[in-house]
Design a protein around this ligand. Structure first.
Ligand code: NAD
Ligand code: UGA
Length: 470
């Protein structure tokens, strides 16, 4: 029986290993983590992450050939293939702070593998890492080993949150990079054999290590670039009377461009786009390629611009002041169908509105009040570097931040509604009921273009959508 161990039971490690276990019943898969709470969650009825379809997959194989444990040393020691799927956040201090990837967690995982290994292992980079990381990992493993041989593979993950299970069941491609030696190629084949149980062979791409590592950063940069491109055009639409949805549809009909990932929004969020582009920028700078670095930096520049443009629009539309006005915020997660709030645009928008003294009432079907408060209290990039937080949401004893049990409660007595996540339930709300319970004039600022502005205008709302005529 092949034994697989995955270090890191997060958004990637958990779902990926659950699907491998489901598709390969004869392989033992153990997911380990240093966080006891995370492992307890994976072993409970309420999984630590919300992902459609995941409960079902975990229930089918947990206790059969899928296990979650904090006994990191034991299961890493026993495994033939060790996936490393730990977090690789942006550095907050020291060399490359604010750009470079912080490989502290990765390095400690590699040192632990070296410490506990007694048999040869394939070590798989699942986390997104800077190009050339495999070289550094090889050095750590080789120096600490006791004659144990390691093959390092790069097998970046392309799943998106909210559709993780579907993406893992039916990936556009699986990418495996390895050394071009016979041993390296044998390791590539061993991992390919695992995926080949359910992924068609022509979708499993094998490359050299550096191409695989760089392809992951490049893929995220290209995806984010499309969003910044359409968001840049959305600003021009608002200035000219063009409609960004019509423009996106028209350009997306060109097969060379394609229709997907062209939805204008309040800005992209999530734990990876910004982090990975900053990482790419830093790598370019390190290789003395400032023009290339600057090109990619602009993708983030436009994203920041889009978020502040939204806040400015809210404040300027509401007669240049939101001070003391209740504003309902619908959606806090960085996209629908996830409870993940890492780098969500809602953080910057809420901070901007609080900075202008608005009183916020936030509702998200998957995000708790505790999480909202924690996110708003944190400095940029600190979410993956735990430290003591100052409370947020109180100004001179007055509560300026609340979390509501539903959208109607959030909007009661509010002057405005800001839609920041495209949850399906926000499309079918009874907006007339909401309007009746709001202060007048009542505003809707749709940061996801999910409501029909004309219908809402008929009800009486003043409506602002991204990139659409006012
Ligand atoms: P995460 O923070 O949800 O999970 C990482 C886990 O690793 C945490 O539970 C942490 O406790 C654990 N960990 C850290 N150091 C450890 C150690 N030394 N030993 C054992 N456990 C340790 O992160 P994630 O979202 O799953 O992302 C993981 C990696 O995958 C990142 O590099 C990310 O860029 C990449 N990625 C993420 C996504 C996504 O959608 N979230 C998609 C593709 C790639
Ligand atoms: C993204 C990539 O899509 C995955 O392929 C990749 O594996 C992952 O990053 C990663 O490396 O972490 P994810 O961040 O989970 O996945 O979600 P996306 O669907 O890409 O959305 C990212 C952000 O862009 C969200 O805030 C979303 O609302 C926004 N977005 C997306 C838009 O504003 N417009 C669009 O057209 C698409």
């Amino acid at each position: 029986m092949v034994k697989i161990c995955c270090i890191g039971a997060g958004y990637v490690g958990g779902p990926t290993m659950a699907v491998i276990a489901l598709k390969c019943p004869d392989v033992e898969v153990v997911v380990v983590d240093i966080s006891e709470a995370r492992i307890a969650g994976w072993n409970s009825e309420r999984l630590p992450i919300y992902e459609p379809g995941l409960d079902d997959v975990v229930k089918q194989c947990r206790g059969r050939n899928l296990f979650f444990s904090t006994d990191v040393n034991r299961y890493v020691g026993e495994a033939d293939i060790v996936f490393v799927s730990v977090n690789t956040p942006t550095k907050t201090r020291g060399l490359g702070a604010g750009k470079a990837a912080d490989l502290t967690y990765w390095e400690s995982a590699a040192r632990m593998i070296a410490d506990v290994s007694r048999s040869d292992k394939i070590v798989v980079e699942k986390s997104t890492v800077p190009v050339k990381t495999a070289e550094a990992i090889e050095k750590i493993l080789a120096h600490n080993g006791r004659g144990v041989r390691y093959q390092i593979l790069s097998n970046p993950e392309f799943l998106a949150e909210g559709t993780a299970v579907q993406d893992l069941f039916c990936p556009d491609r699986v990418l495996i990079g390895g050394r071009e030696t016979p041993e390296g190629q044998a390791a590539v084949k061993a991992l390919k054999d695992v995926y080949a149980r359910w992924v068609p062979e022509d979708r499993i791409i094998t490359t050299n290590l550096w191409s695989a590592e760089l392809s992951k950063l490049a893929a995220n940069a290209f995806l984010a670039q499309r969003i910044s491109s359409v968001n840049a055009i959305s600003a021009l639409c608002e200035a000219t009377g063009a409609d960004v949805t019509e423009v996106a549809y028209s350009i997306g009909k060109d097969k060379r461009i394609g229709p997907r990932f062209l939805s204008a929004s309040v800005g992209f969020g999530g734990s990876c786009f910004q982090k990975d582009i900053l990482n790419l920028v830093y790598i370019c700078e390190c290789y003395a390629l400032p023009e290339v670095a600057e090109y990619w930096r602009q993708v983030i520049g436009i994203n920041d611009y889009q978020k502040s443009r939204f806040v400015n629009r809210v404040v300027s539309s509401m007669f240049n002041t939101v001070a003391g006005k209740k504003v309902a915020v619908l959606g806090f997660a960085f996209k629908k169908d996830t409870g993940d709030t890492r780098e969500t645009p809602a953080i910057d928008v809420c901070r901007g509105l609080l900075g202008d003294k608005a009183v916020l009432s936030i509702y998200d079907p998957q995000v708790t009040e505790e999480q909202v408060r924690r996110d708003l209290a944190m400095n940029k990039f600190d979410w993956d570097h735990p430290r003591h937080l100052q409370p947020v949401g109180e100004t001179a004893g007055q509560q300026v931040l609340g979390v509501a049990p539903d959208a109607y409660e959030a909007a009661r007595d509010a002057h405005a509604v800001c839609i920041l996540t495209e949850w399906d339930e926000f499309r079918s709300l009874d907006y007339t009921r909401m309007y009746d319970a709001m202060q007048k004039p009542a505003f809707v600022f749709d940061g996801r273009n999910i409501v029909d502005p004309e219908k809402l205008r008929e009800i009486g709302f003043i409506v602002y959508s991204i990139g659409k005529p006012l």
